[in-house]
Design a protein around this ligand. Sequence first.
Ligand code: URA
Length: 238
Amino acid sequence: MRLDKFLSVTATATRSETRRAVRAGEVIVNGAVARDPADDIDENTAVVAFRGQTVTYRKHHYILLNKPAGYVSATEDSGPTVLSLLPEKYTVLGLFPCGRLDKDTEGLMLLTDDGETAHRLLSPRRHVTKRYAFRVERPLTEPEKAAFRAGLTLSDGTTTAPADIETDETGAAGVVTLTEGKYHQIKRMMGALGNRITALERVSFGPLTLPADLPRGAWRPLTDEEETALLAAAGTEN
Ligand code: URA
């Protein structure tokens, strides 16, 4: 693989950044200063350092984003998308959101270029759990929570699988756990109880938990441990 392609697909640098860094002697390949961005390297064995940082080749990319309200879970839209929160060097990777959150929903969003894993994680057969912290307009009663846990019939006749729900002592805030992902599911489930969601934040997706130290709008690659756990949840070969 060409050196500039290697640095591009590892989301290290755009081709023009690579040109500048190579010219400045800031790219080291197997201990020697790289002379040409077009140099051929073996992506699996080369030891590459870009501006002092070691770069490891990865077949796929997995990004954990703390989605703010106001961003659409899509690769393209007339409004701002979750992908627009990433720097330019990520645009070449073909990342897409693994599942959707409503525009006004916040919290954990996985972005990846691994179509097979995303497909498996979203398959209803796999029952990957998603947990959401919520607020509702009116406190929920115990019978309403019991109905939620048993599964509800939505206004269009769709039935939902049993979903766990816990509330705090006010009854108007808590956490819902879903094993499926129907369109506007939690809002519609609350609607079926004559209630209305006023705030919704995804706090976990399968083995991933929204990190307390990741501000809204910020993102980071999954750690090796998170990636291993995610691929195990998807049943994908590493
Ligand atoms: N349920 C909803 O209603 N909206 C979301 O964004 C996620 C789950």
